[in-house]
Design a protein around this ligand. Structure first.
Ligand code: GDP
Length: 296
């Protein structure tokens, strides 16, 4: 399970403090060294680690915690708060239109779990928001991607608008007209993913964005890719002004770096966590719950 290793290392570092009646600055320094190592091992971005360590240390030493009651537990609380802050503090959801069609465009590298996440998100929105959801298949470079989305659509009984390998902008334009004519509430657009970010890919996404005028542009990032995920998120955000991220494959043996780095590096909030091959393994991302999971 994701975070297992980070979890056990952090817990070990904290446990040494909790039993103590009094803490010295050396105790804190030792613990921070351990925390730093655990974050490095979890593949958290270096800048994020530096700020994390500085913030925790400043609070732990600065607030007369050392001479207070249960100093160890207070330090654990400080680390918890910092984990929560790094992941964005509050849970951020989708901005739905009050009247009319809400358009969600999804972007991401090939293999990041985009198509799977679209299926899960569609089912999630239908269930939690009671909205009528439709997909648009505009990942036109791989016929397999269109088929995959149609298979998922069939499985979930969600309509997939497709025009085969027609031009992405045309498909999106026609798909949105279809959705409006048929009283859908939410459209989720699948777009082309490539193995690497390149100019042609970004340009196509910019063009699709212009046509779709999406309410949300959500980026899927593979949790397994650690801090690289944060760099990917930053590039996409710079070009497209993405509104959120979906962290995928959180069920795998991931080290946690992606979830802890994306927000600080790219500034985009993580909105959803996708954690498995089953269509219902999808949930809103809650920084507080995730921090609790990490600290056990
Ligand atoms: P896309 O190329 O970005 O559309 O990615 P896909 O949705 O096709 O996913 C790529 C691979 O990752 C597939 O084998 C999926 O079954 C797998 N996958 C996607 N999401 C998850 C997840 O949350 N957990 C796990 N374990 N595998 C996933």
């Amino acid at each position: 399970m994701a975070f297992d290793s980070l979890s056990s290392r952090l817990q070990m570092a904290m446990r040494r403090l909790t039993g103590k009646g009094k803490l010295t600055e050396t105790d804190i320094d030792e613990m921070m060294r351990e925390v730093r190592l655990s974050l490095l091992e979890a593949d958290v971005n270096l800048k994020v680690i530096k700020t994390f360590i500085n913030n925790v240390k400043e609070k732990a030493v600065g607030q007369k915690i050392l001479s207070g009651l249960n100093p160890g537990q207070q330090v654990v609380k400080i680390v918890f708060d910092e984990l929560k802050r790094v992941m964005g503090d509050e849970s951020v959801g989708i901005s739905y239109k009050i009247n009319g069609l809400t358009v969600i465009m999804t972007v991401g590298l090939q293999g990041s779990g985009k198509t799977t996440a679209i299926g899960k998100m569609g089912a999630f929105i239908r269930k939690t928001e009671k909205k009528k959801v439709m997909f648009i298949a505009a990942d036109i470079y791989r016929p397999a991607a269109i088929d995959q989305l149609k298979t998922i659509g069939k499985q979930l009984d969600i309509f997939v608008y497709d025009e085969g390998m027609n031009k992405a902008q045309t498909i999106v334009k026609n798909g949105l007209t279809y959705a409006k004519e048929n009283q859908y509430d939410v459209v989720i657009i699948d777009t082309a993913g490539r193995l690497h970010i390149d100019e042609a890919m970004m340009q196509e996404l910019v063009d699709v964005k212009e046509i779709a005028k999406p309410d949300e542009i959500l980026l899927t990032v593979d949790a397994m890719t650690g801090q690289v995920a944060a760099q990917v998120a930053e590039s996409f955000h710079n070009q497209l002004n993405t509104t959120g991220a979906i962290v995928t494959k959180l069920d795998g043996d991931t080290r946690g770096g992606a979830a802890l780095s994306i927000r600080e590096i790219s500034q985009i909030p993580i909105k959803f966590a996708s954690s498995g091959e089953k269509m219902d393994s999808f949930e809103a991302f809650h920084p507080e719950r995730m921090a609790s999971r990490i600290l056990g």
